[in-house]
Design a protein around this ligand. Structure first.
Ligand SMILES: Cc1cc2nc3c(=O)[nH]c(=O)nc-3n(C[C@H](O)[C@H](O)[C@H](O)COP(=O)(O)OP(=O)(O)OC[C@H]3O[C@@H](n4cnc5c(N)ncnc54)[C@H](O)[C@@H]3O)c2cc1C
Length: 382
């Protein structure tokens, strides 16, 4: 039997994970990256049990989390330190959350992609896809494959050449991601998220040497996105965060949080994964984790079928994976509305409401439904 071939556009976390998995299953994989080299923007990343299991499948787990902190508790407090939510994570039967530097995760995936023989083309820009299995490059070259995958991120240029976007929302929040030096006395296993009106700050323990800080605020407010970061403004708003702001690198990068929903995740021999298909606010720390789960399932779906059946296998893949992805996306979106759109005059009510629901079983089940998913192909003996 001849080797099946896939062309993937985008070597972010989704494209790399999918390419590596298909190569592991024996496919010839060509991965195109628009940038000149494979690079990951800094800071940390939440990896939940579903994402960690996907990394196990790929053999990338050990390297990805070698320096990661194991998180025991995820807390939300108001700006002055009053508790709104506490989720205890470590321990028997609890939800596993590790927090490595993003660069470690990316390096681990690159290493596995190389190990399985994924062919990576950098400075390689795709401009369109066609459903019979064609990836069109900026040079005009048309590359045919049994499967073509769009993984070019939230602002995907390729999805419009095939997939009608059902909903794209620029969201209510933008934020800075920064690494700060770890200091004696900083928490090593507790994530703290402080809310003050529509503003928030998160402290994420990351490695022995540095921690990951997120500063988020309304997109319409200059101070939420101005660089250099206005340290005094943030310090005044979040007294409970102590001296954190004196340590941030004020020349940070600002990202806008977007939501993307498509009518379909595939058309003919073309599929779409990662933020290109379902970008969501990062509130549950699930976006990349879901991309990993969806990539593992996609690989299993197409690997187990005859070449002619790939379009049908892609539709079945979507039918299986999409309800969970939609669930996580909606929860992330609503979380953002509660944070960013709550009427100012009813803020005390918001605090009471968050405190109330945070302890409820249905809330807990909904919050962690994505994290509790086992990706296709995971061997439970691992
Ligand atoms: C503030 C913030 C915090 C987050 N925190 C978490 C978290 O803790 N946990 C979590 O699971 N998720 C988190 N996420 C989400 C996570 O970062 C994304 O889901 C993930 O990086 C998406 O990966 P991707 O491969 O789909 O897209 P991208 O990372 O955007 O990769 C797309 C790649 O495609 C390339 N490309 C683009 N166009 C083309 C083209 N035409 N041809 C070829 N290549 C192209 C790009 O250069 C890029 O390398 C966070 C997001 C934000 C904004």
């Amino acid at each position: 039997m001849s080797q099946k071939k896939v062309e993937i556009a985008g070597a972010g976390l989704a494209g790399l994970a999918l390419g590596t998995r298909l190569a592991q299953l024996g496919w010839k994989v060509v991965l195109h990256e628009r940038a000149d080299d494979l690079r990951m923007f800094g800071s940390g990343i939440w990896l939940w049990d579903n994402g960690l299991k996907a990394l196990k499948i790929l053999g990338a787990y050990d390297k990805a989390v070698a320096n990661a902190r194991k998180i025991r508790e995820w807390r939300i407090e108001d700006g002055n330190g009053g508790l709104l939510m506490s989720q205890i994570l470590l321990g028997e039967g609890r939800d596993r959350l590790l927090l490595p530097p993003r660069a470690d995760l990316y390096e681990a995936l690159i290493e596995r992609a190389g190990y399985y023989g994924v062919e990576v083309h950098t400075s390689s820009v795709a401009t369109a896809v066609r459903k019979e299995g064609v990836l069109v490059m900026e040079s005009g070259e048309e590359r045919r494959a049994d499967l073509v995958v769009v993984a070019d991120g939230a602002y995907s240029r390729l999805r419009e050449s095939l997939f009608a976007t059902a909903w794209m929302d620029y969201g209510v929040e933008g934020g800075f991601r920064l690494l700060v030096d770890h200091r004696e006395g900083d928490p090593t296993d507790v994530i703290t998220e402080w809310w003050s009106g529509p503003w928030r700050v998160m402290f994420n323990p990351c490695t022995d040497g540095s921690d990951y800080v997120y500063l988020g605020g309304p997109v319409g407010e200059d101070r939420a996105r101005v660089i250099p970061v206005e340290v005094d403004f943030w310090a005044e708003k979040f007294p409970a965060a102590g001296d954190l702001f004196t340590r941030v690198d004020t020349a940070s990068r600002w990202d806008r949080i977007v939501n993307v929903r498509l009518r379909e995740w595939s058309s003919g021999r073309v599929a779409i994964v990662g933020d290109a298909a379902n970008a969501m606010p990062p509130n549950l720390g699930q976006s990349a984790n879901m991309a990993f789960s969806n990539a593992m399932a996609l690989a299993m779906a197409v690997d187990g079928c005859a070449l002619d059946d790939i379009p049908g296998a892609l539709r079945e893949w979507e039918a299986r994976q999409r309800p969970l992805t939609d669930h996580v996306q909606w929860w992330s979106y609503i979380y953002n509305l509660v944070l960013g759109k709550w009427p100012t005059s009813f803020m005390p009510l918001r605090s009471d409401l968050v405190r109330l629901v945070a302890g409820m079983e249905w809330f807990n089940a909904g919050l962690f439904r994505g994290a509790r998913h086992t990706p296709a192909g995971y061997d439970t003996r691992d």
